[in-house]
Design a protein around this ligand. Structure first.
Ligand code: C2E
Ligand code: MG
Ligand code: MG
Length: 495
């Protein structure tokens, strides 16, 4: 009530505010000369909703996600359609991190809708058993042990072939059918665990649970009922993956739920970790056993010092809260090696295996071996982390240089050997870390060489000879590889 009266005050005379139900409000803003006129009103609304409310001496605060649709549009719209558009835009504002406003994009919607299937088709597909779970192994990259398998839904569409979840799950948002599909997934995953057991393969399965499904009041009792149908599924055989962002939606409810599930032997993983805003106190309240580091950080960690720093931070958090960490999106052997150096032993990704039908997993498990290059990699001791960071920063420098040469970046990164990050590392730690005198001289020479080559290419580009400048990039990368291999070898030598 406090918030609605504040939001009311944020509107103009003649605007209408209505509560649709739950925590959803609709504002109708009339008489707008153009879309821009709405901006200050929307901003006032957002701010009004985000102001704290003091109740019995306690500070309560929420945030609002705003979705906006304009009328008229190119095609005729009725009120129902406008509301649906606003709802979709609101959902996107939520996904983008909440406390923000998203305007419905007509073009984007049309292209998505072109690909999207209707709810009815999904309902039919469920009946006709055209959904299938694929499983992607989760492994310990150091020991080679298979530690779990994540169930990922696929749809064998009668006309369009195999569809990925991104093509149909968004459609289910706010629909009863998402619960039905969620229960089908749980049931199918449990049945798979039992089949694997019969074949002598003991592997815990993890299932992605949608926030709406999780927050159903009867979630735990339904889960118990499903477990009762599969008595061979024991404690530790099933894990639920929830998005970090949906765990934060209603932390009280979710932490209670996690405890209830733990009592029946079902564990939790926080998925896409790093994309939400978990505070440390929140993390303490979420009894999840596993943190899944979002693949966006993993993908770029080799070339982006900030992503590497995030990765390091998340691994530290996991250790502090005694949670296991796993990296998603391990796409190359190089990614795996880097993670192992950072002390992240668990991984999941294309470099290990792509998602596969359940029937294929036993054969895969019987033959899989970790990359040979992963053997004997030591966890980098804390005092050597600057060296690992220097490697990433050097790669970032080369990437920035290549961007400059191909015109994506106006100015080149610094060309001076003492002011680039690697040069700074060299100054601060490098000389003492680079081993004996010949080793030091060799490293310094490699660094000089690569800068020399870089200056030549930048000069070529400045003269307008882009073709030769770009042709030099492959040499640049080869030199980078040589230099980083040399640096990493220092780590592997021990001290
Ligand atoms: P997620 O839970 O984060 O799953 C990981 C996604 O990354 C999967 O995509 C997987 O195929 C993909 N992936 C795995 N390794 C790599 C890699 O090395 N590189 C790259 N680029 N991608 C990799 P998928 O199967 O398309 O699933 C997408 C998302 O859909 C999942 O993200 C999950 O949030 C959701 N989802 C999948 N199955 C279900 C389900 O049964 N129920 C619910 N509610 N959501 C599901
Ligand atoms: Mg997942
Ligand atoms: Mg994920």
């Amino acid at each position: 009530m406090a918030l609605s009266s504040r939001m009311q005050q944020a509107l103009r005379d003649g605007d209408t505010l209505a509560r649709l139900g739950g925590d959803e409000f609709v504002a109708v803003l009339g008489d707008l000369a153009d879309p821009e006129t709405a901006a200050p009103v929307l901003e006032r609304l957002r701010v009004a909703a985000a102001q704290p409310v003091v109740i019995e001496g306690r500070n309560l605060q929420v945030s609002a996600s705003l979705g906006v649709a304009f009328y008229p549009q190119r095609t005729e719209m009725d009120a129902e359609q406008l509301l649906r558009q606003a709802d979709q835009a609101m959902y996107q504002a939520k996904v983008a991190g909440k406390n923000r406003c998203h305007v419905f994009d007509d073009e984007q919607d049309r292209s998505i809708r072109g690909h999207h299937e209707s709810l009815e088709a999904i309902r039919q597909g469920l009946k006709a058993q055209t959904f299938e779970l694929y499983y992607q192994p989760k492994v310990n990259m150091r020991t080679g042990a298979l530690v779990g398998a994540e169930a990922l839904i696929r749809w064998h569409h009668p006309e369009r072939g195999l569809l990925l979840p991104g093509e149909f799950l968004p459609l289910l948002h706010h629909s009863e059918l998402s619960i039905e599909l969620g229960e089908w997934v749980l049931d199918a995953a449990m049945a798979q665990v039992v089949r694997w057991k019969a074949q002598g393969l003991q592997v815990p399965v993890s299932v992605n649970i949608d926030a709406q499904h999780l927050q159903r009041p009867n979630f735990v009792s339904r889960l118990k009922a499903l477990l009762a149908v599969h008595p061979q599924v024991g404690p530790g055989d099933l894990e639920l993956e929830i998005l970090e962002t949906s765990a934060l939606d209603d932390i009280g409810l979710v932490s209670q739920l996690m405890n209830d599930c733990r009592d029946i032997g079902v564990g939790f993983a926080l998925d896409d970790f790093g994309t939400g805003y978990s505070s440390l106190t929140y993390l303490r309240r979420l009894p999840a056993a596993l943190l899944k580091i979002d693949q966006s950080f993993v993908r770029d960690m080799l070339d982006d010092p900030e992503d590497m720093a995030i990765l390091e931070g998340v691994l530290g958090l996991a250790r502090a809260f005694r949670m296991q960490a796993i990296a998603e999106g391990v796409e190359t052997a190089e990614h795996g090696a880097f993670l192992l150096r950072l002390g992240c032993d668990w991984g999941q990704g294309y470099a290990i295996a792509r998602p596969m039908p359940g029937s294929a997993l036993p054969a895969w498990a019987a033959q899989w071996q970790p990359e040979p290059s992963w053997k004997h990699l030591r966890v980098t001791p804390r005092e050597d982390l600057p060296l690992l960071t220097a490697v990433v920063e050097h790669r970032a420098w080369v990437a920035a240089l290549a961007e400059h040469l191909n015109g994506q970046r106006l100015t080149p990164p610094t060309l001076d050997t003492s002011s680039c990050h690697l040069g700074q590392w060299w100054h601060k730690h490098g000389r003492t870390r680079a081993g004996d005198q010949p080793g030091q001289a060799r490293l310094e020479a490699m660094h000089e060489d690569i800068h020399h080559h870089a200056r030549t290419l930048v000069a070529l580009k400045a003269q307008g000879d882009t073709e030769h400048a770009l042709a030099g990039v492959s040499t640049l990368c080869a030199m980078r590889n040589g230099l980083t291999a040399h640096l990493l070898a220092l780590l592997d030598e021990g001290r």
